[in-house]
Design a protein around this ligand. Structure first.
Ligand code: HSE
Length: 432
């Protein structure tokens, strides 16, 4: 079989890793695909920039068309990032009958369905394993490994930056800003870390995961998003006192036909498998009706881990080429989109309040919650300085989001409640 030529769009952190793996694992690639794999062209923005990998300067171009239009190139690997312009490049590659491997979650979360359709129309593969949780082969596990099961729940720590920040804040007492700076220095935060800390990066990954896991097109707009910027050290210390660990959790849950997909800081019992996923590590907990609990853990970012996923996708494309089945493995969603409303979502809630230190305050709050059929699992009450206020921390039993929203409205109007300091969902305690 003739050598396979690949073209790269981008040669940053992930692109450099791809070059290193293709070169250093050539023997393994040869063995798996039966021919040499050659890097033929690499398109970059700045030809003068110093690179993280040694590469023949003749391979570099600042004209992406030299990759997209080269008839010798079989597979385009997109590791440049960006959305609209990158989408136009990938459409062009597919129309020129080139298979595409991309690590781009921003692009796939927004334009995935359109690109996949174009790929299938051109009998091309479009693989994107590296777009979610870097080096963890989670998309393949959902689509192939768990193909026979019905997945009902996924909980993901799918952003390394926020997991790093929360770990440093809760375990080392670090300040938010210094933990973020450390994550940026270590290179896993996005160029603009707003996408990390706002929860948007996780939301993009959850849209991709839930589309595949539930076989239903979930758009980014369907994901409820809350980031980590409002978490205080007090929230973290009260959570710990109550036996919980705070994590930014991407949650995708299915009951019957309907699904909920959200990203939010949530409290997990310390015994939950996701509670011990620390620093920049990622993990995706998947519950399948038949298999039960599974968890996939590993590096969610970084040059070589992410490049591993990219090159494994490349191997998938090349194996399909040998079999002549490219463009046939795209998953067509089986179910129409059906999203849960607040009345369908049930959770336990952590509520931290500052209240007036007066007789009957706790009794009155308890009685108001009970009007909605909501009782408490845990309660802490502590005096504050000055003494006319006290702090109440409650964890409810399961309540519908609908009822809980009404309770919050009532608390906002209560004269004895000085301030609702924070509210978080408590996840991972229910028996599935
Ligand atoms: N900024 C992302 C993270 C990189 O922190 O996880 C990987 O998508």
């Amino acid at each position: 079989m003739r050598a396979i030529s690949i073209g790269l769009l981008g040669l940053g952190t992930v692109g450099s890793g791809v070059v290193k793996i293709v070169e250093s694992h050539q023997d393994k690639l040869m063995h798996q695909v039966g021919c040499p794999v050659i890097i033929r062209k690499v398109s970059v923005k700045d030809l003068q920039k110093e690179r993280q990998v040694k590469i023949d300067s003749h391979l570099l171009t600042d004209n992406p068309n030299e990759v997209l239009e080269d008839p010798e190139i079989d597979v385009v690997i997109e590791v440049m990032g960006g959305i609209e312009e990158t989408k136009s490049y990938l459409l062009k590659a597919l129309r020129n009958r080139k298979h595409v491997v991309t690590a781009n979650k921003d692009l796939m979360a927004v334009h995935g369905p359109e690109l996949l359709k174009e790929a299938a129309a051109n009998e091309c593969d479009l693989f994107y394993e590296a777009s979610v949780a870097g080096g963890i082969p989670i998309l393949r596990s959902l689509v192939d490994g768990l193909a026979s099961d019905r997945i009902t729940k996924m909980m993901g720590i799918v952003n390394g930056t926020t997991n790093f920040i929360l770990t440093k804040m809760s375990k080392n007492g670090s300040e938010y800003e210094s933990a973020l700076k450390q994550a940026q220095d270590l290179g896993f935060a996005e160029a603009d870390p707003t996408a990390d800390v706002s929860g948007m990066d996780s939301a993009r990954k959850m849209a991709i995961l839930s589309t595949l896991g539930f076989s239903m097109t979930i758009d980014l707009d369907d994901v409820q998003i809350r980031g980590i910027t409002e978490i205080s050290k007090d929230d973290l210390s009260y959570s710990q006192k109550l036996g919980y660990t705070m994590k930014l959790i991407g949650l995708a849950a299915r009951d019957g036909e309907k699904v909920e997909v959200s990203v939010q800081p949530a409290l997990l019992p310390e015994s939950h498998p996701l509670a011990s996923v620390n620093d920049e590590y990622n993990a995706v907990y998947v519950y399948g009706e038949a298999v039960g609990e599974t968890m996939f853990y590993g590096p969610g970012a970084g040059s070589l881990p992410t490049a591993t996923a990219v090159v494994s996708d490349l191997v998938g494309v090349l194996k399909n080429m040998r079999l002549g089945v490219n463009g046939r493995s795209a998953v067509v969603p089986q179910y129409p989109k059906a999203l849960k409303g607040p009345e369908d979502i049930f959770a336990k809630f952590f509520v931290r309040l500052h209240v007036k230190d007066e007789v009957g305050v706790l009794a009155s709050i308890t009685s108001m919650f009970s009007e909605y059929g909501v009782s408490f699992d845990k309660i802490l009450q502590l005096p504050l300085q000055p003494r006319e206020a006290s702090e109440i921390v409650l964890v409810t039993h399961r309540a519908s989001m609908d009822n809980f929203d009404q309770i919050v409205e009532r608390l906002n109007d209560y004269e004895m409640v000085k301030e609702i300091k924070s509210i978080y969902r408590v996840e991972g305690e229910e028996v599935i």
